[in-house]
Design a protein around this ligand. Structure first.
Ligand code: ZN
Ligand code: ZN
Length: 348
């Protein structure tokens, strides 16, 4: 089969590899019908994730069809259409039992293993360990082009942003950064009845998208961001401030927008230390949350997509075939400039 193989920083190739096959009785093999690229894949290609070594197949998001089933698998059969989420879970370890499979001990202490610790989903087929507890059947009225965004970006915006931030009816929510994950938070904030959603972003296309995804107000990020948001909230600040970028400045911006007693929900993947103004923050009774997605909200999100409440397909702005994998990466790498959010990649 063919797959996108990592060959060290800056190096990848769509090339021939051995076919994905069953190794453990709890495995299935899934033929990949749709995959996509995540910001994390770009971090890997920059060499920021040393656990990913030469020869690893990239990717941790897929929708596909089961083609082989291990002897111990009870819940899935050949021919089933399934969502392969970013997180693999044994379902039994202490963290899985706490609904925190992001730290599944059985698969190595971190639930994100595809395209990281084992071969990933940017391939014609993928071996899926712990299939019974990790895979999700895709309802008939949910398309592959919708389900693919439930593998990672939508649950991340929803769980690490909206749920961790404890958005409640009537809340005013700021979302700093309107890339795919920030937009996922905007798209799902309404499920909890936010009355106002303020998108903060530098890029014009993303600000337009934010409106389209449900933001009630947009603020062009700059020197006056904090003052602009405070003005929109009558000088009070927002109830929940969601950070969806991952830079010190954007976290500081998010922290500056929250009212006393509110929550700052950090989704961004940070690469360097951040100096927080604790001398001002301690007296504000604010909460700061952060974390890796667990993907445990996928069943809820699948229902909301099936019922038409979440138009997940809006996230896919560009389509490519497997043979155009390099082009797909080039467009996604410069997503804002290319008016791109997420790419949809299919066999042909
Ligand atoms: Zn990801
Ligand atoms: Zn586990």
């Amino acid at each position: 089969m063919k797959a996108l193989v990592y060959h060290g920083p800056g190096q990848k190739a769509w090339e021939d590899v051995p076919d994905a096959s069953i190794r453990e009785p709890t495995d299935v093999v899934v033929k990949v019908d749709t995959t996509t690229i995540c910001g994390t894949d770009l971090h890997i290609l920059h060499g920021d994730v040393p656990a990913v070594t030469d020869g690893r197949i990239l990717g941790h998001e897929a929708v596909g069809t089961v083609t082989e089933v291990g002897d111990a698998v009870k819940g899935f059969s050949v021919g089933d259409r399934v969502l392969v989420p970013a997180i693999t879970k044994c379902g039994r370890c202490e963290y899985c039992q706490r609904s925190m499979p992001s730290h599944c001990q059985t698969v190595g202490g971190i639930g994100w293993i595809f395209g990281h610790l084992i071969d990933g989903t940017q391939a014609e087929s993928v071996r899926v360990p712990y299939a019974d507890t990790s895979l999700y059947a895709v309802p008939a009225n949910v398309t592959n082009e919708q389900a693919i965004f439930l593998a990672d970006s939508l649950p991340t915006g929803y769980e690490v942003g909206v749920l961790a931030g404890k958005v409640r009816p009537g809340d005013t929510v700021a979302v700093v950064g309107a890339g795919a994950v920030g937009l996922s938070a905007i798209l799902t904030t309404g499920l909890w009845g936010a009355s106002r959603v303020i998108a903060v972003e530098t890029n014009k296309f993303r600000l337009d998208m934010a409106r389209d995804f449900g933001a009630t107000d947009t603020v062009e990020a700059g020197d006056n961001t904090t003052a602009d948001v405070l003005e929109l909230t009558g000088g009070v600040g927002v109830d929940v401030s969601i950070e969806a970028v991952g830079f010190p400045e954007t976290l500081l911006t998010a922290a500056s927008l929250v009212r006393p007693g509110g929550t700052i929900a950090n989704i961004g993947v940070h690469g360097v230390p951040v100096s927080l103004p604790m001398q001002n923050m301690w007296i504000q009774n604010v909460t700061l949350t952060m974390g890796l997605v667990d993907t445990v909200s996928i069943p809820t999100l699948l229902k909301m997509v099936a019922s038409g409440r979440i138009p997940a397909e809006k996230m896919g702005t560009h389509s490519f075939t497997f043979a155009q994998m390099d082009e797909a990466y080039d467009v996604f790498k410069n997503a804002a400039e290319n008016s791109a959010l997420k790419v949809v990649i299919t066999p042909a």
